[in-house]
Design a protein around this ligand. Structure first.
Ligand code: COA
Length: 348
């Protein structure tokens, strides 16, 4: 029914971090040619959180990581000093940090994961970033599970999805800028003998669609040239319709493939956590799959699309609010730039 090695990689703590500034659709409509009505009716988005200028990806990632670590150490309160104390107790036991992002602090090196490793004092942890677009957390969880499974000395890992997408957006392009928000989510995973944890993971990629969601400038393909005047940020360019069609199929195919691979009926799944890029994408996939709306956890109305942070933010919300319980079967499904897609089935 499942892969023995992955069976006992268990999530023992979750955390999230959002910037303090919440920006509504009306706030955006005061600056660009859009409206609350258009954004809501076309995407389901009502607001998003936007990081202040001095906040980078690692800042949100480290906060989410500390919250997840503190929970793993048994602290779920909201006193920052107590939270930090609890997180510090366990940070030295982390063997690996896998951080998924499309909006790293720096281009190329150092990895954002290394900056987080230092910030949270995870002195025994190896650290690396992975780039898998909005599927980054799903990829990251499988990467961490594999790295724990392959070496008996590794026991615990931190998997983080963190983004400051607001800094990689062309704020004059109303077709993209209304869609994205900033945030981070994290989980602590541990090798355990219990009959819970990651039951099944499937990862897919279709690089033939790489041009439909692309940050074109700044890399070795299109480097900045001497004397060039840069007056827009490196920003996401997107073929909305192409991505939309891909996304509906990605959710449908992944859910069906996970059910088959795990030999599980959809009736056994308590919650589906889809990547949230557009509520209409999820609705279209849901109708194709004939799955009731209540099974899908949706928070796009508040956060917009936070890319690799979306799924761990949702996991933390569900976990902290008691909406998922020990033994529940959870399904995650992600899709995004690359193009990438995939999902996990987790016994909570
Ligand atoms: N406010 C008001 N009008 C807008 C607008 C905005 N923010 N953005 C686009 N429009 C306009 C367009 O200019 C166009 O006007 P026109 O008909 O006069 O030319 C009209 O709305 C329709 O645009 P269109 O692009 O056809 O809208 P759509 O219904 O396809 O929705 C997206 C556009 C981007 C919301 C949709 O294609 C989408 O969600 N795609 C997937 C994006 C995604 O998921 N990205 C991340 C993947 S991880």
């Amino acid at each position: 029914m499942n892969d023995e090695k992955q069976m006992n990689i268990e999530i023992i703590g979750t955390g999230r971090a959002l910037p303090s500034k919440k920006v509504s659709n009306d706030d955006l409509a005061a600056r660009i040619d859009t409206s609350d009505e258009w954004i809501r009716s076309h995407t389901g988005i009502g607001s998003r959180y936007i990081a202040d200028e001095d906040i980078a990806c690692s800042d949100l990632a480290a906060e989410a990581a500390k919250n997840a670590l503190a929970m793993a150490a048994g602290y779920t309160g909201d006193d920052p000093a107590e939270r930090d104390k609890a997180a510090a107790e366990i940070a030295g036991t982390i063997d690996m940090i896998v951080l998924a992002t499309a909006t790293a602090d720096y281009f190329g090196t150092p990895s954002t994961a290394c900056i987080v490793q230092d910030r949270i004092c995870a002195r025994n942890a190896a650290a690396m970033d992975i780039t898998a677009g909005c599927t980054g957390f799903v990829y990251g969880l499988e990467t961490a599970a594999g790295l724990l499974s392959i070496n008996s000395r590794r026991k615990r890992a931190l998997v983080i999805g963190a983004e400051v997408l607001s800094r990689m957006i062309n704020w004059e392009d109303r077709g993209t800028c209304v869609l994205f928000g900033d945030g981070a989510g994290a989980v602590v995973v541990e090798k355990s003998g219990k009959n819970s944890g990651i039951l099944q993971t499937l990862l897919f990629a279709d690089g033939s669609g790489s041009e439909s969601l692309v940050m074109r400038r700044g890399g070795t393909r299109n480097p900045f040239k001497k004397g060039e005047v840069i007056d827009t940020p490196i920003c996401v360019e997107m073929n909305g319709q192409e991505v939309y069609n891909f996304a509906v199929k990605a959710i449908t195919d992944t859910v069906e493939a996970l059910m088959k691979a795990g030999n599980i009926s959809i009736d056994n799944i308590v919650r589906i956590i889809p990547h949230q890029a557009n509520a209409r994408i999820v609705q279209a996939a849901r109708r194709r799959l004939h799955i009731p709306a209540e099974k899908f956890y949706m928070n796009i109305e508040e956060y917009a699309n936070t890319s690799s942070a979306t799924i761990p933010i949702a996991l933390d919300e569900l976990n902290r609010s008691g909406q998922i319980k020990k033994g529940d079967l959870i399904l995650t499904v992600g899709f995004g730039g690359g193009l990438t897609y995939g999902g996990n089935i987790i016994i909570w």
